[in-house]
Design a protein around this ligand. Sequence first.
Ligand code: PLP
Length: 391
Amino acid sequence: MTIYLDHNGTTPLLPEVRERFVELIDEGLGNPSSTHAAGRRARAVIDAAREEIAAAVNVPEEWVVFTSGGTEANNLALRGVLEAAGTGAGLAVSAIEHSAILEPARELATKGHELTVIPVDERGAQGLAATRKALERPGCRLLSVMVANNEVGSVAPMAEIGACLRDLGEARPLWHTDAVQALGKLPLHLQSWGVDLASFSAHKVGGPPGVGFLVRRPGLPLQPQVLGGGQESGLRAGTENAAAIGAAALAVRLACERQESYSTAVGKLVSTFWEGLSQVAPGARLMGPGLSVSPRLPNTINVLFDGVDGRTLMARLDLEGVEVSLGSACASGAIEPSHVLTAMGMKESDARNSLRLSLGPCTTQADINTAVEIMGKLLRPSTPGAKPAHG
Ligand code: PLP
């Protein structure tokens, strides 16, 4: 028995998506750039997928650029905008962005683009005053602020940020958002927020890994990062994986259609999980927004068990069949403290040890009960035979 509680890392393929994926593979799709029948079949799959995705996230079809995932979409947005703007153009990012934003941002800074990192408070909330200050810096060309944080579940004040930008008038910086974790978990209002570019990834919503997309307003100067055959309107060269893109589109549509009911259901499970954990581990502390904060990612809690070594606890949970993550999944393997938690003011030792527990559509109340029971057993130092996860 495995209880998978790492859905912010990746999600299992949804059965419906798997079915569509297999059907598409069996259709013998050609190269979508070829004009023969097999090529035309692949092109039709991609066209339909673009239409399905655009309708799901409520933007015109021409705004969707397929990429290999959220990381590539983020790189295309940041590097693409700043390189097109030329030297001297600055950027501002939130301190708790994913490394797929922070790394390209740091690299751009080494090339002369001024980088402003916008702080967050101890709950991971981004202040508007600091955001406004960053936007008003001379030369600021791009703001990148994620909708929802993957580690602690805090959500940026999107409507208010949009209003700040509108106040700046014509000369305002462009706005990119990493919407990878928000998809299917929160309502998205890209157009009314006034977002210019947004990144998404299919494998976070039951789609195949290796497919993502960047939504961008056409006409916005964007330097392609992958050059070659001119696919995706010249913005992302390379033969498209038509079957995976077709499957991804279904996952994205289902995530958007089910968002409201899923968020309510998973939010209730998270509350009972936290109640259970607080009982078996009274010293447990919730990092990030409290459960009564709205909006927050409904499926995510980040928990620090006082005096408990996070890596040891994670490894013992794994042996018991409970899969969780420590900090960001993409950074696992490294013992670096989570940059999100340190940005929230946590001590480095605590920021190394807190666990991220992220539930998904297949998580049941029985899973939660069992996970709480196992955690209780591992955290209880006096249980004969059960080594506590301390030290
Ligand atoms: N952005 C956020 C907020 C994420 O959580 C992730 C994945 O963990 C990514 C970007 C990267 O997406 P992908 O795995 O599709 O490259």
